[in-house]
Design a protein around this ligand. Structure first.
Ligand code: WQD
Length: 325
């Protein structure tokens, strides 16, 4: 199938392009390179530089490439920033996504795979979290993701465009075959921050609270390897093509790791000390957030294969080291 990957030069986008190419799909990437990078592109995937807020170039791209499928990975994802600069998230995530949806309809795209997030659930009322869990996002980023899911439901009903919304838990790791090594610029997520501290590029990791009701007091998350996420996208397209039915699923491992687990694993893998300091909790952080991925296994046959903390930390450290040379 010909698939357009919007945001395909980014961290998750490039891993998804790699997987879809390996599955034999023809890929056209559209990215404004605001956070994505050219080093993440593959020569056997076409590339068009463009912004999802530029409806003219977005429509030109889809008209020219005429894809059957489309992956939308071009949303901003910093939960904290979304609370201090909601306008930026309204424009890029909501207006931008509606531009994509309208351009997809105008150019007869049949299937959309959307990068959604566990942030749609807000603080978990029970664990592990399944897709029946109430969706009450506690940050504006999560609200934009839920809004886009709702737009997709309507466009399914009114335009027959089928979608798969993949609710990622904490995306982490780097390609196990080492084919992708582009590092995120100014990261806010835990693992890249820990890597920078291990390399001495950052003075210390600020640990946002150690008084949570968890095994060591620090926050627990369900870290999912980006290769596993990418495989989920490939399976989602197979599902959409086979059933012509839309789908919402969690992609997670049903196992959790604490902030201190991540720091300890990084020290073990890298042989470096990771300086850290316990500070105040970050507002909006739940103590734990762990996925129930049973539906993805049942409906897609998907399950995490590369998401052990050791593999996640090893592949990430390798990517950081590759940038040192
Ligand atoms: C993980 C844990 C922090 C940084 C994010 C966003 C969004 C989503 C998933 C895609 C928490 C702690 C973190 C630091 C710390 N992405 N932490 N010091 O907040 O679980 O979710 O990723 O959908 O980007 O919702 O990820 O990596 O920020 O935090 O102590 O400098 O690490 O408190 O317990 P989060 P995170």
């Amino acid at each position: 199938m010909k698939i357009a990957v919007i945001g395909g030069a980014g961290y998750i986008g490039s891993h998804t392009v790699r997987e879809l190419l390996d599955r034999g799909h023809e890929i056209a990437v559209y990215d404004n390179l605001s956070s994505g990078m050219e080093q993440n592109l593959f020569e056997n995937a076409s590339f068009t530089k463009g912004d999802i807020l530029d409806t003219y170039s977005l429509n030109q791209f889809l008209e020219k490439e005429a894809p059957e499928g489309l992956v939308h990975l071009a949303a901003f994802k910093a939960a904290g920033e979304s609370m201090t600069n909601p306008e930026k998230y309204s424009v890029n995530n909501i207006t931008g996504s509606l531009n994509i949806l309208n351009a997809a309809c105008a150019n007869k795209v049949k299937y959309i795979v959307f990068s959604s997030s566990a942030a749609v659930y807000g603080s978990p009322q029970y664990m592990p979290v399944d897709e029946k869990h109430p969706t009450s996002p506690e940050n504006y980023y999560g609200y934009t993701k839920l809004s886009i899911e709702n737009f997709l439901q309507w466009y399914d009903k009114l335009r027959g465009i089928r979608f798969a919304a993949l609710r990622y838990f904490n995306a982490a790791g780097y390609d196990v075959k080492g084919r992708i090594t582009g590092l995120e610029k100014n990261p806010a997520n835990l693992i890249p921050v820990v890597m920078e501290a291990a390399e001495g590029k950052r003075k210390e990791v600020l640990v946002f609270g150690n008084d949570y009701d968890t095994k060591d007091g620090t926050g627990i998350r369900d870290y999912i390897h980006v290769n596993d996420l990418a495989i989920g996208h490939g399976m989602a397209f197979d599902y959409l093509q086979k059933t012509n039915k839309s789908l919402i699923v969690n992609l997670g491992t049903q196992s959790g790791a604490s902030v201190l687990d991540i720091i300890n694993a990084t020290e073990k893998v890298s042989g470096k000390k990771v300086p850290y300091r316990i500070v105040e909790r970050r507002p909006g952080d739940p103590a734990s957030l762990i996925a129930n991925p049973a539906k993805a296994k049942e409906v897609l046959g998907w399950e995490a294969k590369y998401s052990s903390i050791e593999t996640i930390i090893k592949t990430t450290w390798n990517a950081y080291q590759a940038n040192e040379k």
